[in-house]
Each structure stands twice: as C-alpha cells, then as structure tokens.
Design a protein. Structure first.
Length: 337
C-alpha cells in the first residue's frame, strides 16, 4: 500500500469514528451555555410612554416571554403619558443599577440628559420606536424618514396634478417634537422638494388624539373641498382622521402608519384607512429581545457601541389584505400563559 493510500485510509477511518461518536452523543454547542448564562439573573427595566395602547403592550408581551425563557427580570414602569413620571421612573432605575433600561421617548429632548446619565453610570440603554436626540447603545423601531418618504411618493402617485388630480394634500402630525413627527416630516419634505405636483395645504399637530385629528380634518376638508389625500402619523389617532373623511363622503386617500394590530386591518376593511404602513410591533418585540441579548452578551461598556435595528415596513391595502396581515394582542398575551 502506498504512503498516500495509507494516509487517505487513516483520514477516512478518523472521520468514520468521529461520525459514529456524533451519531451516538451529538455535538456540544459551545456557545449556547455562555450565551444563556449572560442573560440569566439580569434585570431589564422598561419605561414606556403608557401601557394603555397596543405598541407597548405588544412589545411587553414578547419581551416577557423571552425573559421567562432565559431567566432575567423584566420590570415595567409606566410613565402613564407623563414625561415627569417617566423621568422619575428612569432616575429611580438608575439608582437601582439594572443591566439595561429600555425607553420609549415622548419626544427627542425630554429624556436626553437622563439617558446620558444612565450610560455614565454604566447602564446600557435601548430606545424603542421613538428616539431621542441623544443616541444610546441601541435603537429598535420604525424608520420614520423612510415611512415619510413612502407616504410622499404614494401621494405623488395618487394625488399628483400630473395624474389629473388636484395635487392638494394635508398632514396630520403627532406632537411637533416627537421623533415620529420630525423624521417623517423630513422624509416628506425632501421627497416633495422641487415638485409642484403636490401642494401641502395643511400640516397640523393632533398630539396623538383622535378627537383632535377628527376636528382638524373636518376643518381642512371644509376649507379645501378638492382635497385629494391626507398623510397621518399614527393609525390610532387617524381613526379620527378617517372618521372625518367618511363623514364628508369625499374620495380622499388616507395613508397612515402603526404597529399592525388587528384594528389597523379593521380600519382597512371598513374604509377608514386607504393604506397602512405597518412597522409590526410584534416583530419589533423580537428585535428588542435581540438587542437585549446582544447587549447582555457584550463585554463592551455602556455607550461604547451604538447600533440600530430598523423595522421592515409592511404595506397594507384592501387589495393585499389577508387574515394574517395584522396581529392580535389578546392572542399574543395568551402565548405567555
């Protein structure tokens, strides 16, 4: 037998022996235990704007499932629509030194100094959906600029003068300093800059309030009977916008965005919305869990690394609406029982 043949036969024999061992006992995943050990026993504090609506409830349901699975504590501290309450909650959490603080900002400024203080104290910070002007370890949420750009392009397609329409559109914003407002407006303005195909006849803040959105829309329709479209900044608020359109009996295209709860699909079915850009809060919950896992495993200090996980957009219209286009909060909560 030649030397080369002996070497080949020895290699084959070794592989066969190794394969038989794998078949009998499997192969140890060397990274699994240190990964799970990095999560077990840790503390994560979540400070949402309020636990009274679908987005934080959906995120919390998905986060709680992962916390239970991996043995870390999820502590929810409801800001209850108050920046003062939220600031106190974050400040108190800083004194307790959790491993991670997760925050849904009211606007781009209110929490900025407090979030910096948390990182200065060695606490890693994740911002969810509504970002601050101060960038922390991670952002998970909607690409507001991209949503604004999409909405503006849709208005060009649906309402542009070149399409034989009036070209008149309105915008119903959230609070003027909220990330969802300022970044969407930037996407809209940059997309429409330099074109006379579209004219924005009204851009007003409804502060996430359905009643305000309805009142604003009623007035704008009265002032501009040939209004062609409206860009709204949140589907829950824009239930009021859509109600005003239905009340007017006019053909006005309403595009809005939201977390993709079943009420969004019901709005499409009932002609309250023409189009919803869903950033899928259920999927965002998984992305938040991924950010938690990455930061807890990382040996870097708070503030040393910064990354963003932008949510993919799902466009929902009556033409593509299916049974699974939206998620159900009640069913999501049931999976944790």
């Amino acid at each position: 037998m030649t030397i080369m043949r002996k070497i080949t036969m020895t290699a084959i024999s070794s592989v066969m022996m190794a394969s038989s061992v794998f078949a009998a006992d499997g192969l140890v995943d060397q990274i699994r235990k240190p990964t799970f050990d990095a999560l077990n026993g840790k503390t994560v504090v979540f400070v949402p704007m309020s636990m009274s609506f679908d987005l934080p409830e959906g995120w919390a349901a998905v986060m709680q499932r992962e916390a239970d699975k991996h043995g870390y504590k999820l502590d929810i501290r409801d800001a209850n629509w108050s920046t003062d309450t939220g600031t106190r909650a974050i400040t108190q959490a800083i004194t307790e030194k959790p491993d991670i603080i997760i925050v849904q900002n009211f606007d781009v400024a209110s929490y900025a100094r407090t979030l910096k203080r948390a990182q200065d104290q060695g606490i890693k910070v994740i911002q969810v959906n509504m970002g601050s002007s101060y960038q922390t370890d991670a952002f998970v949420g909607a690409d507001w600029y991209g949503i604004g750009k999409h909405a503006a392009n849709r208005m060009l397609e649906v309402c542009g003068k070149s399409k034989g329409k009036s070209g008149k559109i309105a915008i119903v914003e959230g609070p003027a300093t909220a990330a969802a407002s300022v970044y969407q407006l930037n996407g809209i303005s940059e997309t429409l800059r330099g074109t006379d195909d579209i004219m924005i006849v009204s851009s007003q803040t409804a502060d996430w309030d359905q009643s305000k959105a309805r009142g604003i829309t009623q007035t704008v329709i009265q002032q501009h009977p040939d209004l062609c479209g409206i860009i709204g900044f949140w589907d829950v608020m824009d239930a009021g916008t859509g109600a005003a359109i239905l009340e007017s009996k006019k053909d006005i295209y309403l595009i809005t965005s939201g977390g993709g709860n079943k009420t969004a699909c019901q709005g499409i079915e009932n002609n309250v919305f023409s189009e919803v850009v869903s950033y899928d809060a259920k999927g965002q919950g998984r992305d938040i869990n991924s950010a938690i896992s990455i930061l807890l495993q990382s040996k870097s200090l708070a503030g040393d690394q910064k990354f963003a996980l932008y949510s993919p957009n799902k466009i929902i219209t009556k033409s593509n609406l299916t049974a699974d286009s939206c998620w159900d909060l009640d069913k999501l909560k049931e999976t944790n029982k």
